[in-house]
Design a protein around this ligand. Structure first.
Ligand SMILES: Nc1ncnc2c1ncn2[C@@H]1O[C@H](COP(=O)(O)OP(=O)(O)OP(=O)(O)O)[C@@H](O)[C@H]1O
Ligand SMILES: [Mg+2]
Ligand SMILES: [Zn+2]
Length: 355
């Protein structure tokens, strides 16, 4: 039985994966799972068996992430709603639009969409799916877990960089009318591919999971989503800081990092906290106060945008340790980006499924 990092069973087996994708994708191993989807590292069969005979090493660069929405919900549900129980139409619409319009630097912040079988095109017994290029890294959530293990707060530079990159991505979505649901650390990937880095020494942050994203967001709702985002950044910013909250077990790294704070950091954390969206407590009026400072092009945004480019040596070492540690420590397959051996094995097994 396949399990993900949280111990949840992944009911989708390799053979059902092959059947669901009609032999178009070669499953390697699970990449992760969420509420409705199951994501697998996979190869396009067309690419793997192309006449140019690519080597396993060349195929590594072509690894995809295939998100399957397993079917198997009772027929009654289907008949009542007349819709497929696992509807991926909105997600596919959002992802293909993003891939179509994101150009240049913006491409760093979203996975590249490839193709899909959408629920409206298939019978309820068939699992809809979508495929995209795999991000070579791990969930931000994983990095936060390892930071806790190492007893270190995220260095300021990394938090600034995360804020700038993800907010630019969010603004891009909003400018194009797309909403972003489920803003949380499991839905952000940290890209460990250094060749794509905007700033040397800092990983790119990538938005994933466009389930529930609607294509008609208005200005007020965009503002509320920014509020949720500021809350998210605030949480990252204060995790394990001894300057912000009392922690029983103070590590040396925590104290050393907190000693280095300047006024920009204090202001950043305070304004982030004041600007978080408190759903139910008139979020819009709370946001009006600081949103102008915080949003792309605002005063605080611009200061932080500049500051993240000068990475103190101390921060550099911690960022490197966090990246290396998160990649190396692989209790489950999820963090384990496939290697050549996995590719070879997957192709061999696939041949057995289809023969
Ligand atoms: N492009 C990708 N590259 C690598 N891993 C990915 C990629 N997309 C998703 N994953 C992994 O799979 C996990 C689940 O993906 P995602 O968040 O899209 O699904 P979900 O939470 O089930 O979606 P939904 O909210 O629609 O149910 C992610 O948290 C991540 O670990
Ligand atoms: Mg998710
Ligand atoms: Zn601190």
């Amino acid at each position: 039985m396949v399990r993900d990092s949280r111990g949840n069973v992944i009911p989708c087996t390799k053979s059902s994966f092959v059947a669901d994708t009609q032999g178009q994708y070669i499953p390697i191993h699970p990449a992760g799972t969420g509420k409705s989807g199951q994501v697998w590292y996979a190869l396009s069969a067309k690419e793997a068996f192309s006449s140019s005979k690519p080597s396993p090493c060349q195929l590594i660069a072509k690894i995809c992430a295939v998100k399957i929405f397993p079917a198997g919900v009772s027929l009654r549900t289907y008949e009542n709603s007349k819709r497929h129980p696992n509807d991926n139409v909105e997600e596919v619409k959002a992802m293909s639009k993003i891939s179509r319009i994101a150009k240049g630097d913006m491409m760093r912040h979203f996975p590249q969409f490839i193709e899909a079988l959408i629920s409206s095109d298939c019978h309820h017994e068939i699992s809809p799916w979508l495929s995209m290029r795999a991000v070579r890294g791990f969930e931000l959530q994983d990095m936060l877990l390892f930071a806790r293990q190492l007893k270190t707060p995220l260095p300021e530079t990394l938090v600034y960089h995360c804020y700038v990159q993800l907010l630019r991505g969010l603004e891009f979505l909003h400018n194009n009318g797309i909403s972003k649901m489920d803003i949380q650390p499991v839905n952000v990937m940290v890209d460990a591919d250094t060749t794509k880095a905007e700033i040397t020494g800092l990983p790119n942050f990538v938005w994933i999971d466009f389930g529930g994203c609607k294509d008609n967001i208005d200005a007020d709702n965009a503002k509320i989503q920014r509020g949720i985002f500021y809350d998210f950044i605030h949480r990252l910013a204060i995790q394990l800081h001894v300057c912000e909250c009392e922690i029983e077990d103070k590590g040396r790294l925590q104290v050393d990092l907190c000693k280095q704070h300047d006024r920009l950091w204090q202001g950043f954390v305070r304004i982030m906290q004041m600007s978080k969206s408190t759903i139910g407590h008139d979020p819009i009026s709370v946001l009006y106060k600081n949103d102008t400072e915080l949003k792309v092009g605002g005063r605080l945004f611009n200061m932080v945008e500049t500051k993240r480019r000068y990475i103190p040596q101390f921060d550099q070492a911690i960022i490197k340790a966090l990246m290396d540690h998160t990649i190396a420590y692989t209790p489950t397959m999820r963090n384990k980006f496939p290697v050549e051996k996995d590719v070879e094995q997957a192709i061999k097994e696939f041949s057995q499924f289809v023969s």
